[in-house]
Every structure is written in structure tokens, then in C-alpha cells.
Design a protein around this ligand. Structure first.
Ligand code: AAL
Length: 409
């Protein structure tokens, strides 16, 4: 079935699995009597737009295995809410020496915004941060172990903040990729991606001397303004910021997925104009070359991607006309909508210990997310989530969700 999907998504199977939105090439002859019967369409000669979209929906997602519901829960130990401390944007979870490990953004003190003195203020919760790590026996109670990667020395590209980290294990080495800000954190500052590596998840970490990814350099700010919306030329989708990096070893190369922000960002029908891109390298340390197909999404926010059945799946949340969908591509580039979902957690840290191919959302059975505390918007804390899929629930007889506790599959 998935081989068929892959061929279809590549356009090798006519219109049958063409994106639902594209009705230009709808061909009623591509569908069998069973297809029509599945959707209860008896009059094949009078098809509404909705019926055409239903018929064009990928065959492999009709069984609801891509659909799921999410719930979130508080964690214990050092990941319980702590007044005065920001812990956010957790990385994926890996398992080392029988313990779960994750990395995250950490800072202290309240957020001032942009109205104060940039030299001394903290403009965002993720300003003036370092990257810390924690371990857990069961995924519920976490112990903060300490600093992993700190801000650079004054004058370096990452001297203001390092944050929003992801972990990759490859060939006995560990790689952390993360966002960086250097110099003053102004509204128009350009944000880049840094990398650190170690032969141990406990460090010490060696940092790349230069960023491994930077914004496109083809936009132009309007002079006489400090606003990020005032531009002479917008440039590429990632002309202002490259965010939320996540490196996936894929097809013998390294695919660095990221969120782009554009100079002069506009609004779309679904919110902020946020799109994702990918940059590809032969080696984990780079050089990473941006794909000519970028942007590879028209929506989304934090990157949440995982290998599935020879392709790459992506959770698209928060912004844009295709927000709240799970998408899949046979090649890591050309993504199609597989399901529409509600209430996906923000800034997901996936459980990278699972067998991804077991089910489309197997990797989402539990993981980490973050939340603003309802009583104090200054401080975020790391929480857990679980996902529930009816089909898998029935197959496994699981009484509550894919997993009622993080450590039980
Ligand atoms: C998050 C991420 C990036 C942004 C900020 C911290 O949602 O998209 O990490 O820079 O917000």
C-alpha cells in the first residue's frame, strides 16, 4: 500500500493521489466502483467539489491510521513548573544507558520585550539562554543534569543566545543543532543555526566556529524604520530567520529541516506566513546546501519530522492554511496532507527510540512539549504529551491511549 502511495505521491499513478486541493486534473475514470462506494457516491456523473476531493484523498489515509488526538500532562522532578526559570523547546528524547535524555532552552528571569535597553534587557523568554540537558528513568520524572552548550564569547555569532535545540545520534557521535543570536537582539536581528558535537551525550561539546545555516541574503530592509514589516524587498521565505533546526539522517545524506521567517512577513489565511525548508549535506557537520525546492511547506511552525516508510513525515502546526495537518513525502521534499488533526502540542520533542514504521504516528505515542504557565507568562515549563489513534488502540487493546505512561509502549 505504501509503495503505491509513494508512486502516487510522485505523480506516477495519474491523479488518484494528487493533492486534494488540485482538482484541475480530476479524472472520474481513475476511480473504481469500490472507491465511489466507499464514499457513498452513487451518481458518478454529478460529483460535487467535496466528492472529488474525497476521491482524490490518498488511499492509504482512508483507514484513519494518520489521524490522532493529543493530550498533555505535567511532568515531575526538575520539569515541574518553577517560578523564575524558563525551560522550553525540548529536543527529541533518546535513550542512553537505560535512561531517557533530552536537551532544552534554559534561562532565568522575566522577559522585558523590546521597549527597554537592548544591551541589558531580555527581549524574549528564549533570549540570553543556554542549552541544558536532563535525564529520566521513566519519562515522567526528570533530573536536570546541567549545562550542555553555552553562549559564545563576546563577538562570536552566538554570543547573545543559544536555544531551540535538537539532538541527532550518528555513527557513535552526538550532534546538537540549535538557533543562535549574536550581538544585540533587535527586532531585525538575523538568527542563524549552530552545531555542536561530542562522542558522549554528557559532553564536552565542540561548537562549530561558524553557523551551519544562515538566512537568505536577498531581502532589503526599508531605511528609517526598525520594523520587521517595513521592507524594500522581502527576499526568500527565510530571508530573516532560520529556526527550529532538526537534522535527520536520510538516504545516505543529512537533511536539516528548519523553519524560515521572511523579512516583511505577511499574514495568510491561516495565520503568520511561516514555511519550512530543508538543507542537505553529505556529512553531519555540513556544508548544508539549501534545497532548490524550498520552501517545502506553505504552513507550520516548530519542526517535527520523522522517517516513515522510506519517506519523511511532518507535523504541521500553528500557522498557515495547512496548519493542523500531518503530511508525508516519499522523498523528504514533496509533502502531501495525510490527515487533519486538532490540538497538536507545540514544540514537540519526539521519542526517537521507537520503530517509526510500526504505524504513521507510532513516534508520537508520547513525547515532550512546553507550555506557558497560566499565571505567569514569563516562564515556560516542559510538559509531556501522548497521542491516541483509534485504529492502533483497537489493534493493541490499549485501554487509554497509545501509551498510558511514557515508558510503556
Ligand atoms: C519557538 C520556535 C523558535 C522561536 C521561538 C523559540 O516557537 O519557533 O524557538 O525562535 O519560538
Amino acid at each position: 500500500m505504501y509503495a503505491l502511495l509513494a508512486l502516487s505521491a510522485l505523480g506516477l499513478n495519474g491523479c488518484k493521489t494528487t493533492p486534494p486541493q488540485d482538482q484541475c486534473c480530476f479524472n472520474p475514470n481513475n476511480y473504481t466502483d469500490e472507491d465511489y462506494e466507499f464514499y457513498g457516491i452513487t451518481n458518478h456523473d454529478s460529483l460535487s467539489a467535496a466528492s472529488k476531493r474525497a476521491l482524490m484523498w490518498p488511499e492509504s489515509s482512508r483507514d484513519n491510521s494518520w489521524f490522532m488526538e493529543f493530550s498533555t500532562h505535567d511532568l515531575k522532578g526538575d520539569f515541574a513548573y518553577e517560578e523564575g526559570v524558563v525551560r522550553r523547546d525540548p529536543s527529541a528524547v533518546i535513550k542512553v544507558d537505560g535512561k531517557y535524555m533530552c536537551w532544552y532552552t534554559r534561562s532565568t528571569g522575566p522577559t522585558d520585550g523590546f521597549s527597554g535597553d537592548i544591551k541589558t534587557s531580555k527581549v524574549f523568554p528564549w533570549d540570553r539562554c543556554d542549552i541544558w540537558y536532563a535525564t529520566s528513568e521513566d519519562g515522567l520524572t526528570w533530573k536536570e543534569e546541567g549545562l550542555a552548550v553555552e553562549r559564545g564569547k563576546p563577538g562570536s555569532y552566538d554570543d547573545r543566545s543559544v536555544f531551540t535545540v535538537e539532538i541527532m545520534q550518528w555513527d557513535s557521535m552526538y550532534y546538537l543543532c540549535y538557533q543562535t543570536v549574536g550581538g544585540d537582539y533587535t527586532v531585525r536581528v538575523k538568527e542563524q543555526v549552530g552545531l555542536a558535537w561530542s562522542n558522549s551525550p554528557y559532553g564536552p561539546w565542540t561548537k562549530s566556529e561558524q553557523p551551519i545555516l544562515s538566512p537568505a541574503d536577498n531581502g532589503e530592509w526599508m531605511e528609517g524604520s526598525e520594523s520587521r514589516f517595513d521592507v524594500v524587498k522581502r527576499g526568500d521565505f527565510d530571508s530573516h530567520k532560520v529556526h527550529d533546526p532538526c537534522i535527520i539522517p536520510y538516504k545516505g545524506k543529512f537533511y536539516l529541516y528548519y523553519k524560515g521567517e521572511q523579512m516583511g512577513e505577511r499574514m495568510t489565511s491561516g495565520g503568520r506566513q511561516i514555511r519550512h525548508g530543508v538543507a542537505i549535506a553529505d556529512n553531519p557537520k555540513g556544508p548544508y546546501i539549501k534545497s532548490p525546492y524550498n520552501p517545502i511547506s506553505n504552513s507550520g511552525h516548530e519542526i517535527c519530522v520523522w522517517p516513515y516508510k522510506g519517506g519523511i513525515a511532518a507535523l504541521i502546526t500553528t500557522d498557515g492554511p495547512e496548519k493542523n495537518t500531518i503530511q508525508w513525502s516519499p522523498d523528504g521534499i514533496n509533502f502531501e496532507i495525510m490527515s487533519v488533526i486538532q490540538g497538536a502540542p507545540h514544540a514537540i520533542g519526539l521519542d526517537r527510540t521507537v520503530d517509526n514504521d510500526e504505524a504513521p504516528g507510532a513516534i508520537l505515542h508520547w513525547g515532550l512539549t512546553h507550555a506557558y504557565h497560566p499565571d505567569n507568562g514569563n516562564y515556560q515549563y516542559i510538559r509531556g504529551f501522548t497521542a491516541y489513534n483509534k485504529r492502533r488502540h483497537e489493534a493493541k487493546g490499549d485501554p487509554v491511549s497509545l501509551t498510558s505512561e511514557p515508558n510503556k509502549k
